[in-house]
Design a protein around this ligand. Sequence first.
Ligand code: ADP
Length: 655
Amino acid sequence: MSFDKEKEQLLMALDLARIGFYDWDVIGNLIYFNTYMLQDWGIENNPPTTLQDAVSSIHPEDQERVSQLVNDALEQRVPYATEYRVLRPDGSIAWMEVKGIVRFNENNSPVRFFGTCINITERKEKAKLLEESEAMIRTFADTMPQMAFIADPTGAITYFNKRWYDYVSTEGTEGWGWKDQPIHHPDDLERTIAIWKDCLATGTPYETDYRLRRHDGQYRWHLGRALPHRNKDGEIIRWCGTNTDIHEERMAFERNRILFDFGVALSRGLSIQEISESILVEGKKILQNIAGLVIVKEEDSFSISAKMNIPDEYTNDKAFFDRVIRLPAKSALFESKNFFLGTQEELLTEFPDYESALKHINAKALVALPLRLQGKAIASVAYFLGEEVQFSTELQRFFESLATQAAVAIDRAMLYEKQLVQKNELEVALSARDEFFSIASHELKTPLTSMRINGQLLLRNHARDPLSLTSEKALNFIKQNDKGVSRLVRLVDDMLDISRIQTGRLPLRPETFDLFELMKDVLSRAAATTEAKLTLTPAAAIYGLWDKLRLEQVLTNLLSNAIRYGNGNPVQAEIRVRSSTVLITIQDSGIGIPDELIHSIFNRYERGPSGDVHGLGLGLYITKQIVESHSGKIWVESQVGLGSTFFVELPHQLK
Ligand code: ADP
């Protein structure tokens, strides 16, 4: 086959393959385009003859650049390969990928420049479309409110949208990985990794919720979802996912749950302390880093019923504790006002004097609430927060509901504790009464038994020999029994007095008499029953308006006690006149009274360590009631083993 023939076939093949071919005779400036190229450029009716003809078909915006490239190829022998647009005579534009080779002669002058030209319009358009759609997807991803991400099939994240960077901050995201720098809450991390790995392995859609750390350190709840993207063969090529902020909804749900749990927890507590502790523990579930304090109102003051996370150094440093820790709770209680101080600045504006102290405990925010019942504050709670908090109306309302529940629980506990005290008092009273009954029956039985024996002896004597029963013998029996009767009468009188006092009926019959004279009588009567020396000073009449019989009872009781518990030592009585009162003193040197009983011996049925002295524990109680019904006072000073001095101070007249 001749060379020309071969060339012709080659050119036909190129036409068939839709490949343009050009050949430029540089010296003669004659250019040749194969048929396909002419058709592709739309110039088959007007084929170019010179390079300039050819260049003029190129898009005007590309002409200069292409001419320059041709020059570079001719002069600097730079390989020629480029893309440019052709402006067809019908106005349409086509993209070409053009390559060329330059042949030089022995003088190094270019002689031929030939190469191929392929229409790449379709490819270009596809690429453009792809670029546009990618740009669109990115814009779309950047405008969506969720954080979006793309991960490769291994789970490594290859793309984050702008929201991510806004949320996490750029530094936080660089190098972010599941393990090195997790932005998941530590409590959620492991569970999330397990779910994600399982989805990667099985290809099931990923959906879970967790807390993600925001650039300012706050953890917010998110719903994470991702779907696998598969190729035609069904292989996963990437995962596309989103994180939707569900914090507020979640918190509202959480708060309702907490309120419920709170109610349940509080209902389990019985005492004020238990309930106060629950208030703090439950509060901690919604607030991070808290310290807290609950105080409860008492009659005119208040007491701390629970505290949490307050270091000992603060509790021990009373001044500091009083000023800083207790102050907000106290203010809430006494001013019945809510304190929602979300920033350190607000905190300092409200409590300006405590700047250094509040900084010292690192309190950045505070909630202090009165626990009100029917508008009245009965207690208060203060939560100190280590982080600043934005107290939305919703959050404030939540705390108020919490406070209402707490108030109801505390009120219930107060009632419960009161009932408990009453129950204890009742139990004490009942057991004292039981003990009294057993002592009283014993006390009553003793004289009765001896009287009965006396009577039986008398009868037996009389039966044996009626004449042997002389009147002297009989008188002796009668005298002895009379003693028993007196003792019984005294006991019964005391018991009657008790029931009178009990029912508020201890009638007084005032008369004017000489107290000194009365004391003298009582002493002389008592002298008959004891060996102990009894003295009375000074000797002077003291007239006043009192109930004589009742005061006689007082003096008799005190004196007989001084004798009974006096170890047989002398007893001194004294009556002094003061400006508006009379002071009676009865002093013994007997067994004395232990300090812890100094007040209680005046209570009903109360008895001290009394040796073998019998008694009902009623004398001093009745004495005190009589003295007080005279608007007087009674007290005792005593030392164990050294003796006791009882004092009775009476106004000159009964009021
Ligand atoms: P009683 O003497 O019948 O037990 P009181 O009411 O008169 O009842 O006294 C109560 C208690 O006070 C006595 O049991 C005794 O322990 C103590 N007491 C009273 N007077 C004296 C006293 N002068 N010295 C020591 N203890 C006394």
